[in-house]
Design a protein around this ligand. Structure first.
Ligand SMILES: [Zn+2]
Length: 441
C-alpha cells in the first residue's frame, strides 16, 4: 500500500481493464502483456544462462558460510537491478550463513517467492563445476536444487518489470542459506520465512519438485521427532512378571513400539519410524549425535529404555491425531513400568488445501496458454519437507516445484534440462501477472 493515494482511482481502473484482458485470454492463449512476458524471457536467455553458471560455480555447501553469502550477493545484486530493496539476515544465532531477503513494494496481492542459496556439496566435494553436456543439458552442484530456481525467480521478475507489470505486485523474495541442513532451533532459523508468510497472500516455491515439468507440488508432508523414555523395576531376572516387580523396561518398549505398528501403520500419508533404541540397566544416550551406550546383564531386569524416531503427516489434523493415539498407547503401562513420549515438531505439513489446488489450476492454465501442456499435482507421499512448508496456514495459496527441472539432485549426477529454463520462467511470469490482475486470492 505504498502507492500515492491520489492515484488510487487510476490504479483501480488499470487493474479492472487488465483483469478483463486476462479473463479473455484464459483458455484462448495469451494477452498482449503475457505475450510480451514470454518474448522478454526468450530475449534474456544468454543473461539467464550466465547467471546460472556463475551461481553454480560458487561453492555454497550449507556449512560454507562465505560461499553461501557470495551466492546471496550474486542474487541480491540481480534483484537490486530490478529495484528491489535487499537485506541480509545474519545467521549467527542459528549457526548458519543467513538469508537473503528482497522486497518490492507495489499495489496488489503480496507474493512470497522462496528459493535457497545453499547446496549439499561442501568445499571438500569432488563436484564443483558447471559443465555443459550436450545442447540442452548441464551438470553442476545445486543446478536444479536450486540455483536454477533462483535464476527463474530473478528472470520472471525481470520480465514482469520489462512489461511494466511489476508495479501491480508486492513481492518478498526469501532465499534461505540453510535449506539443506537447517540451523536450530527452527523457530530462529525459519523466523524470516514465518514472518514473510504472515504478510503474504500467495507463496511460490522454486524447488525442482519431482523433476517433471508437467507436475507441481501442492502438498508436502511435515515431520516431527519423538523420544520415548521408559523405566522398569530392576530386579533379578528370575523375578520377572511377579507382583511388585513386573515386566521390565524391555517388554514395555516392545509393547509400545508394537502398539504403534498395530494401531497406526498403513494409514495413508502417515509414517513413523523408530530409528534408534537402547535398553538396559544403565543408558547414556546423546541426542545431539543420535548415538549412545547401554549396559545390562541377561540376569537383570532392565530398568531403562529410550527410543527416538520420526513421524510424518500430510496435515496438522493427522499429526494431532497420530500424537494422541501414540500417547494413548504409551499410557497403557505394563505392570511395574512407566513410560512417556515427547514430540518435537520439525517442518510443518503443507496440506493440499483448496487454495493450493486453485493456485495449481491457475498455473496449469498459464502453462496451457503458453503451449507448454498441463500441470498436475505430485503425489504428496513422494514429496519431502521443504521451506514452503513454513507458509502452511499463513498464506491463502501455496505452490512449489516451479524451479529448473532435471534429475540427480543431491548426487554428483545432478543435471538440468536447460530447455526448462525459459519455459519455467514464462510459466512463473504469466502466473504472477495473472495474480496481479485477477481477483484477490
Ligand atoms: Zn532444495
Amino acid at each position: 500500500m505504498s502507492g500515492a493515494p491520489s492515484l488510487a482511482p487510476v490504479v483501480t481502473l488499470a487493474i479492472f481493464l487488465a483483469g478483463a484482458g486476462a479473463g479473455a485470454a484464459a483458455g484462448a492463449g495469451l494477452s498482449d502483456t503475457e505475450q510480451q512476458l514470454a518474448e522478454v524471457v526468450d530475449s534474456r536467455q544468454s543473461e539467464a544462462m550466465a547467471l546460472l553458471q556463475r551461481a553454480v560455480e560458487i561453492n555454497s555447501g550449507t556449512m560454507n558460510p562465505a560461499g553461501v553469502k557470495q551466492v546471496g550477493e550474486l542474487f541480491g545484486d540481480a534483484l537490486a537491478n530490478l529495484a528491489f530493496e535487499i537485506s541480509w539476515v545474519d545467521g549467527a544465532d542459528f549457526d548458519r550463513a543467513g538469508h537473503l531477503v528482497a522486497r518490492h513494494r507495489g499495489s496488489g496481492p503480496h507474493l512470497l517467492l522462496i528459493g535457497h542459496l545453499d547446496t549439499v556439496f561442501e568445499p571438500d566435494s569432488q563436484f564443483q563445476n558447471f559443465e555443459r553436456v550436450g545442447a540442452e543439458r548441464a551438470k553442476g552442484p545445486g543446478i536444479i536444487d536450486m540455483k536454477g530456481g533462483n535464476v527463474i525467480i530473478v528472470e520472471a521478475l525481470a520480465a514482469l518489470r520489462a512489461a511494466g507489470a511489476l508495479a501491480d505486485l508486492q513481492i518478498t523474495v526469501v532465499m534461505t542459506g540453510d535449506e539443506e541442513f537447517s540451523g536450530r532451533p527452527l523457530s530462529r532459523s525459519r523466523r524470516v520465512l514465518l514472518e514473510a508468510a504472515d504478510v503474504a497472500d500467495v507463496a511460490l516455491g522454486f524447488e525442482d519438485g519431482d523433476g517433471n515439468p508437467q507436475t507441481a507440488v501442492i502438498a508436502r508432508r511435515g515431520y516431527t521427532d519423538w523420544r520415548l523414555t521408559v523405566s522398569g523395576t530392576p530386579a533379578h531376572s528370575s523375578l520377572i512378571f511377579r507382583d511388585g516387580v513386573g515386566d521390565g523396561a524391555a517388554f514395555e518398549v516392545a509393547r509400545i513400539l508394537d502398539g504403534f505398528r498395530r494401531e497406526l501403520a498403513g494409514e495413508r500419508y502417515l509414517t513413523f519410524n523408530p530409528g534408534i533404541g537402547l535398553v538396559g540397566t544403565r543408558l547414556d544416550y546423546d541426542d545431539a549425535h543420535s548415538s549412545g551406550d547401554a549396559f545390562g546383564k541377561a540376569n537383570v531386569i532392565a530398568g531403562h529404555g529410550v527410543v527416538t524416531g520420526d513421524l510424518r503427516t500430510l496435515t496438522m489434523d493427522q499429526l494431532a491425531s497420530a500424537k494422541s493415539r501414540m500417547e494413548g498407547i504409551v499410557a497403557r503401562h505394563l505392570p511395574g513400568t512407566s513410560a512417556e513420549i515427547e514430540f518435537t515438531d520439525g517442518y510443518p505439513p503443507l496440506a493440499p488445501t483448496d487454495g493450493n489446488r486453485r493456485l495449481l489450476s491457475l498455473y496449469d492454465q498459464a502453462s496451457r496458454d503458453l503451449g507448454l501442456g498441463g500441470v498436475s499435482a505430485v503425489d504428496p507421499g513422494a514429496a519431502g519437507a521443504a521451506d514452503i512448508s513454513f507458509t502452511a496456514g499463513r498464506v491463502a495459496m501455496a505452490l512449489d516445484g516451479l524451479g529448473l527441472m532435471g534429475e540427480g539432485g543431491h548426487t554428483e549426477g545432478e543435471t538440468a534440462d536447460l530447455a526448462t529454463l525459459p519455459s519455467q520462467t514464462k510459466r512463473a511470469a504469466v502466473l504472477m501477472y495473472r495474480l496481479s490482475v485477477g481477483p484477490a486470492p
